[in-house]
Structure formats: C-alpha cells, structure tokens
Ligand binder design. Structure first.
Ligand code: PMP
Ligand code: GLN
Length: 380
C-alpha cells in the first residue's frame, strides 16, 4: 500500500502507555489525569443520558453549551463570541485542529509550526496536501524566535500554528509575544491556529494570553480548547473551536462530514458544569500549582534536573546527569528497567536539537502515583 502518511507510525503516547502496561511502570508518559472527574459532572452526564439526551446533537453543538462557552469566554477574556456563528463543539481539540487545517490549507500550501509541536499538527497538514515548515523554539527556554517565524512565512504560507501554554515545555506567551505575533499576522495575512487546551492551567499569577483577548488576532484565528484538560476527562473527547463566522463556516463544512456532531450527553453536562461551577476552572491553576510544586520538590531528591514550568501539566527534566542515551532510548530504558514511563521530546520535532537530553513527565496524578514514581526515580 502506498501510504499517504509515510512519516507516521503509532503515536509516542500510545507506544509509551503500552510499554508502561507491559512493564508495570508508573505511567507519567501520556498526558492524562489519574484522579476523578468532578462528581457534579459525572452526575450531570448520567442525568443527561437518563433524560434521553442521547440522539444527535445539533451539528455545531448543543445551544446551551455554546451559550455557556460564550459566557465563560467573556468572563475570562473580555470578549463574547457569537454562540451561533463563532463557536463549534467538536470531538476534542484534535478534531478542531484537523478540521481547521483541512478547511483552509490547499495542496502545495505551507503551514508554519513551532518545534517541538504537538504530534497531530503535521499529519493534519500532510493530509490536506500542505507542507509543514518547522521553526525551532529556543532549545533551553522554549521561547519563540519571532524573526525566524517571520522569515519562514512566504507567499505560499496559509496558516501559522501556535500553542500556549505549550506542550511539552509549559512555556507561555507574554505581552511581547502577542505584540510580535500581531505584527506578523497583520503584515502577512496568514490565518492563525491558536491551540489553548491548557488555558486554565497557568501558574505563579501569570495571565494566559489568549488570542481571544486581541481583536487584531482573533479576527484571523481558530482558537482551540479542550474540556478533557479542564475537567479531568481526556477520554470524553469534547473540545471546541472559536473562530470568526467565515472561518467557522469553513471549519463546520469539515466537521459535519468528519463526525457530524460530538457525544451529546456530555455536551449537556458541560453546559451545566460551566454555568453552575465556574470555580472549577478558576481554581484549576492553583490545583495544579500545588501538584507542580510538590513534584518538583520530590524531584530535587533525584538526579533529574527539572526545568521551569510556567503552565500546563508536564514537567521537563534534564537527565544528562543520569544517562547519555538519546531521549527515545532513555525513556524506553526508564520505563522497562526503572518502572517509570516518560515521553521523549524528539517525536515533537522535525530535527531534534543535537545532544538534547530531556524527558517529559506528567504530574496530573494522584499523590500516591507521584510518590511511587519518585521512589523509583531516586535510585537513578
Ligand atoms: N493540543 C495539545 C497541545 C495537546 O496537548 C492535546 C492533548 N494532549 C491536544 C491538542 C488534543 O486534545 P484532545 O484530547 O481534546 O483532542
Ligand atoms: N495530548 C496528550 C499528551 O501530550 C496525549 C494525547 C494522546 O494520547 N493522543 O500526552
């Protein structure tokens, strides 16, 4: 078979979770919480199903949920998107990314991505017949070199994809980044895809610089988020995209023939949860900051050196004091021989920086899980 995706194998997340299972490793690899979904959300889901909300949702999403997303967006970012024309509920941020790329990228066009980037971006671009142009982030701070981004954009560039808070590094945009990004978007006329799935997981009083705060950016952007991250339910696969009416209309053309609509009972449950318990997303940063701080303190008893984590639920560690293996080999060894699964960074790059010795650990875990991992990591 002449594959359409020659560079793609099984995702690193699946590979490492499988390896963790085979070796009974503590799984700090694939990013997912191992603690419970808020009881209120579970109750709301059960009630929605019991009340018969089990048939197709409207293609664009249950109206009460789109309304709740509009309210929440206004409360968080001072901008109220039109619930009918600008908000589309989809099956996870992954679907939003896929749909947006298919909607605007034509064969032969280029899309600028910033490496390391989430692994679904490039396959989505390839399937649209486009070409990913990779611009590396700083290998130590993961800051964006906006001059390089500008230089990578040419007449054939259709889309720029950004992600803050960033997976895997946790790096976040500040006001200067937004100013540079605005200049670039305005002067080149590219479309923007802003992946903001970790929007509520931000630390130390930082402000999440959502593209939705800025008129000059949001009028050219698909802004993507995911309830999986915000409500500890990565397996429910509900996310959404906020984009101006013309972009939303194009995204919906893809969404309606991709999945048509997303799991209806959960949409009702999220509508209720967002409306009745805004404290959940308001306190999410503090909730994860405690975990981050505790985990970093525990890591200080090991030979792994933690990098700063401004946002998100991943801790990068420099393992060069422990091993000179490359990151893929190190993460396999750590999983199979030491019983802790981690994610290497190289799959997030077109060309990983030479000699980079970093691994990603997920701290969205119960304390008992983190304790079990640390117990194994102290012996490295
Ligand atoms: N973008 C980023 C940066 C992510 O980390 C993830 C999930 N790990 C996604 C998109 C996909 O989100 P979802 O599970 O809602 O499809
Ligand atoms: N986004 C999650 C991560 O970065 C994994 C998602 C997946 O397994 N597809 O770990």
């Amino acid at each position: 078979l002449a594959t359409k995706l020659p560079k793609v194998g099984t995702t690193i997340f699946t590979v490492m979770s499988q390896l963790a299972l085979e070796h009974q490793a503590v799984n700090l690899g694939q990013g997912f919480p191992d603690f419970d979904v808020p009881q209120r959300l579970v109750d709301a889901l059960a009630r929605a199903m019991a009340e018969g909300k089990n048939q197709y949702a409207p293609m664009t999403g249950v109206p009460a949920l789109r309304q709740a997303i509009a309210d929440k967006t206004e409360a968080c970012y001072g901008y109220r998107p039109d619930a009918d024309a600008e908000i589309t509920v989809v099956s996870g941020a992954s679907e939003a990314i896929f749909d947006a790329v298919q909607a605007v990228v034509r064969p032969g066009e280029e899309v600028v991505v910033l490496d390391p980037c989430y692994d679904s971006y490039e396959p989505a671009i390839d399937l649209a017949g486009g070409r990913a142009v990779h611009v590396p982030l700083d290998p130590v701070t993961f800051a964006v070199d906006w001059d390089r981004v500008r230089a990578a954009i040419g007449p054939n560039t259709r889309l720029l994809m950004v992600n803050s808070p960033h997976n895997p590094s946790g790096a976040m945009f500040d006001a200067d980044d937004i100013a540079r990004l605005s200049d670039i978007v305005e002067s080149t006329g590219v479309w923007l895809l802003s992946d903001e799935v970790y929007e509520h997981i931000v630390f130390d009083g930082r402000r999440h610089e959502s593209v939705l705060r800025y008129p000059q950016l949001r009028e050219r952007a698909f802004v993507v988020s995911s309830f999986g991250k915000t409500y500890h339910c990565t397996g429910w696969k509900i996310g959404y995209c906020i984009a101006p009416p013309a972009l939303s209309a194009e995204l919906r053309k893809v969404h309606q023939y991709n999945s048509f609509c997303s799991f209806a009972p959960a949409q009702w449950a999220f509508a209720e949860m967002i409306r009745d318990e805004p404290e959940h997303y308001r306190q999410l940063g503090a909730f994860y900051q405690d975990k981050r701080d505790g985990f970093r303190e525990q890591l200080s008893t090991t030979r792994l050196k933690p990098l700063p984590v401004p946002g998100g639920y991943f801790q990068l560690v420099d393992y060069s004091a422990v091993s000179d293996l490359d990151d893929a080999a190190f993460c396999r060894w750590l999983t199979m021989e030491k019983g802790v699964a981690a994610i290497p960074l190289s799959p997030f790059y077109e060309s990983p920086p030479a000699g980079q010795r970093l691994a990603r650990l997920c701290f969205a875990k119960n304390q008992a899980t983190l304790d079990a991992a640390i117990k194994r990591l102290v012996s490295l």
